[in-house]
Design a protein around this ligand. Structure first.
Ligand code: HEC
Length: 85
């Protein structure tokens, strides 16, 4: 019984560890698909912005037609902020 509990606990622990990784790979895929539609992806990957600047740029691109759901915005911003650091 104790062992089962330990196994369960490590599963939960591993899942908790991997969730942000899933969110980031989803955000990366979204950026690669959505942000290369009008201009090359280089425009995005070579940009170096502060989190506040990325937030403004992302909103502007969404208004232009980038399909980033509201629920994905945080993860996408987090990913953009890892570029050129
Ligand atoms: C519907 C077309 C379209 C899509 C989709 C799009 N962009 Fe843009 N983007 C533009 C246009 C047009 C410009 C140049 C004019 C401007 O800056 O507003 C631009 C310029 C940029 C620039 C350079 C200007 C600046 O503010 O630094 C960046 C960075 C950028 N886009 C990032 C993104 C990201 C990130 C995404 C995905 C979330 C994206 N774009 C999706 C049309 C688009």
């Amino acid at each position: 019984m104790k062992r089962l509990f330990a196994v369960l606990l490590s599963c939960i622990f591993l899942l908790a560890l991997s969730l942000p990784v899933f969110a980031q790979s989803r955000a990366k895929a979204l950026v690669e698909a959505q942000c290369s539609k009008c201009h090359g992806i280089k425009k995005v990957t070579t940009a170096s912005k502060t989190p506040a600047e990325w937030s403004v740029t992302l909103d502007r691109m969404i208004k232009k037609g980038a399909k980033i759901e509201a629920a994905d915005k945080d993860a996408v911003l987090q990913y953009l902020n890892t570029l050129n650091k």
